[in-house]
Design a binder for this molecule. Structure first.
Ligand code: ZN
Length: 243
C-alpha cells in the first residue's frame, strides 16, 4: 500500500448509520434497526468457529439483534419480539422474501413458495394494560431494566413464559413494593386455572406473531395441505455466512 492509497480513507469523520428503519412493537415501544454489517458477519463467523465453547442463543442475539438496534443495551425484547426483529433485520440486510420448496406427500408435486416475513409472521402490535388477580390490580408495562431482564430470562429453565410475564408487571394496586421472587411465589400459589387466565390476558396485550403453518398443494388435482415447520427458515442466513 502506498501513502496515496492510505489517504483515500478519511479517518476523522463519524460513520453514519445507514439504512436505519423503525419497527413498532407495542404502543409504547418502537425500535430502530440497522442492516447487518461486514463486521457483524465477521464476528458471527468467528463465533460459530470457536471450538471448545458452547454458542448460546444469547451470544447470537446479542450480536445479530441487539447489536443492530440503536441503543440496543437499553432495549429488552420478548421471545416473539426477538424473533420478529431478527426477521426484520434479515429483511433489510438480505431480502424480504423467503423462498423454499416442499414436496407434497399425496401427489409428490414440488411446490415452490415465496413469501415475505410479514406474510409468514402476521405481527400484532402490543398494548399493555391492567387486569385483576385475587382482588388486586395488576398493571403490565414495558421492561424498565433491560440488562436485568436479558440476563435473567436467558438463565430461566422452567416456564420462562411465566417469568417473562412477571417481569412485565409494572405495579400491583399502584404500588411497586414487590420483588421478582415475591411475585413468582404468588404465581406458585395461585391455581393453574387462574395463572392460565392471567397469562392469556398478558399474551393478548403483548406483541404477537401468528405464524403461517399450512400450505396448499399447487397441483390443481390435489387438495392436500401440508404443515410446514418453520423452526429453521431455509437460507435465513445466506450460505456465504457459513464459509
Ligand atoms: Zn399434492
Amino acid at each position: 500500500m502506498t501513502s496515496t492509497d492510505m489517504n483515500i480513507t478519511p479517518t476523522t469523520t463519524t460513520p453514519e448509520v445507514q439504512g436505519v428503519v423503525t419497527v413498532k412493537l407495542t404502543e409504547t415501544k418502537s425500535v430502530q434497526i440497522r442492516p447487518w454489517k461486514g463486521g457483524d458477519r465477521k464476528k458471527f463467523k468467528k463465533l460459530i468457529r470457536t471450538e471448545g465453547s458452547e454458542i448460546t442463543e444469547k451470544m447470537v442475539t446479542d450480536l445479530l439483534v441487539y447489536g443492530c438496534i440503536v441503543n440496543g443495551d437499553s432495549i429488552a425484547l420478548t421471545s416473539s419480539e426477538l424473533k420478529y426483529i431478527l426477521a426484520k433485520i434479515r429483511e433489510i440486510s438480505v431480502s424480504d422474501i423467503i423462498e423454499f420448496t416442499w414436496t407434497c406427500e399425496e401427489c409428490e408435486h414440488e411446490n415452490n413458495e415465496s413469501l415475505t416475513f410479514d406474510e409468514l409472521y402476521s405481527p400484532k402490535i402490543g398494548n399493555y394494560s391492567t387486569t385483576q388477580l385475587q382482588g388486586k390490580s395488576i398493571k403490565f408495562g414495558e421492561i424498565k431494566n433491560a440488562k436485568f431482564y436479558k440476563t435473567h430470562i436467558s438463565k430461566v429453565e422452567e416456564e420462562s413464559n411465566i417469568v417473562d410475564m412477571v417481569l412485565h408487571i409494572d405495579s400491583v394496586d399502584d404500588g411497586q413494593d414487590f420483588t421478582l421472587d415475591s411475585l413468582l411465589e404468588w404465581m406458585d400459589d395461585i391455581s393453574t386455572k387462574e395463572q392460565d387466565r392471567l397469562y392469556n390476558e398478558y399474551q393478548a396485550m403483548s406483541f404477537n406473531i401468528t405464524e403461517v403453518k399450512k400450505f396448499k398443494c399447487k397441483n390443481k388435482d390435489c387438495d392436500h395441505e401440508e404443515d410446514y415447520n418453520f423452526e429453521e427458515i431455509p437460507d435465513f442466513f445466506p450460505p456465504s455466512w457459513f464459509i
